[in-house]
Design a protein around this ligand. Structure first.
Ligand code: CP
Length: 366
């Protein structure tokens, strides 16, 4: 088990050097768009979106069109044969007859990983449940690069829903690999980063601290990454209503910030950034959207090239089959797939689909 073709399921599927190359390619695309206008001519991208999206789906579509390729797919699983009970493994084995590459968004964590096991074409994870969102991370990184000129020696603050905020999980994994990075995680107690991620960053020795006070963290930050409280992941409206306005970034709070702070947000925004902040020179969330198109152009072009070259993933993961995953958001709880865990050197096991620690209780908001 393990795909024979390079995909992007989580940001760590790409080495630091490969991410640097992707960013460099995106910069070249920005500078020389005509050079890339036909490089994917006669290629097709399938966008399989089982969950709502504005930015990600449209930017994948625009990216493929600007590379000279074509796009097909669905934006509502209810209008596809998924509504008749078709599983991910079958859907991708059908779609690969019509497309050269697939971008998939799914509400169940690990669905793109399942897709990669069955498809003979590259799979791009366009966001899976509350787990990860690697192409948003690439958009974030291109934005950071264009404004800071580096990925090292930066203090990055994440604020809001860090439990379900999949963009936070992927960006933490990506930035933690660079030298001199410090993280500040700002959230209410109920929405702290998931246990599996905390254990992972503890193990890797990343520098971080957690707080529930944004003002206290503000003066240290080079980057402030605001996030929406993810209503769609909550069990009840009451829980959401209690936590939704935990942090609202406004100009008085930014008075404590460094002059050259940059403010990122994956969008959509609900209430967590006051509109007055949009005029701040560091407010880059709409530029992030634009950068998302350029980096997805670089990604599609690269994965299709690697597929033609027959490049294989270089995973040395030690995998075992064990008892079913306890995370109700995991794809393994709704589709018949084997319960597989990655075994780490210290003996801990993480679900291959959703990263949950074997035997851990699902995240619960009291
Ligand atoms: N940032 C992001 O994933 O936005 P969409 O949900 O609109 O795609």
């Amino acid at each position: 088990m393990l795909s024979k073709i390079r995909s992007l399921l989580e940001i760590t599927d790409f080495t630091v050097e490969e991410i640097d190359e992707l960013v460099a390619l995106a910069m070249d695309i920005i500078a020389n768009p005509k050079k890339y206008a036909d490089v994917c001519k006669s290629k097709k991208l399938a966008t399989l979106f089982y969950e709502p999206s504005t930015r990600t789906r449209l930017s994948f579509t625009a990216a493929m069109m600007e590379l000279g390729g074509n796009v097909l797919g669905f934006s509502d699983a209810a209008a596809s044969s998924v509504s008749k009970g078709e599983v991910v493994a079958d859907t991708v084995r059908v779609v690969e007859n019509f497309a050269d590459i697939i971008a998939m968004r799914h509400n169940k964590e690990g669905a793109p990983w399942v897709a990669s096991q069955y498809a003979s074409i590259p799979i791009i994870n366009a966001g899976d449940g509350g787990h990860c969102h690697p192409t948003q991370t690439l958009a974030d990184m291109l934005t950071i690069y264009r404004h800071k000129g580096r990925f090292s020696d930066l203090t990055v603050g994440f604020c809001g829903d860090l439990l379900y905020g999949r963009t936070v999980h992927s960006l933490t994994k990506a930035m933690g690999r660079y030298r001199g990075i410090q993280f500040v995680f700002v959230s209410p107690d109920e929405l702290r980063i998931p246990d599996y991620l905390r254990r992972d960053i503890d193990k890797k020795g990343y520098q971080y601290y957690e707080t529930d006070k944004l003002e206290e963290a503000m003066p240290r930050l080079d980057i402030l990454y605001m996030t929406r409280v993810q209503k769609e992941r909550f069990d009840s409206e009451e829980q959401y209503d209690r936590l939704k306005d935990s942090f609202i970034l406004d100009m008085p709070k930014l008075r404590h910030a460094k002059d050259d702070i940059i403010i990122l947000h994956p969008l959509p925004r609900v209430n967590e950034i006051a509109y007055e902040v949009d005029a701040h020179p560091g407010a880059l969330y709409f530029e992030q959207v634009r950068n998302g198109k350029f980096i997805r152009m670089a990604l599609i072009y690269t994965l299709l090239k690697w597929a033609e070259e027959g490049r294989r993933p270089t995973s040395s993961a030690n995998l075992v089959e064990a008892s079913p995953c306890g995370n109700p958001r995991c794809i393994s709880t709704v589709e018949k797939v084997p319960a597989i865990y990655t075994v780490h050197a210290d003996g801990t096991r993480h679900c291959i689909y959703c990263d949950a620690l074997e035997g851990s209780q699902p995240s619960h908001i009291p």
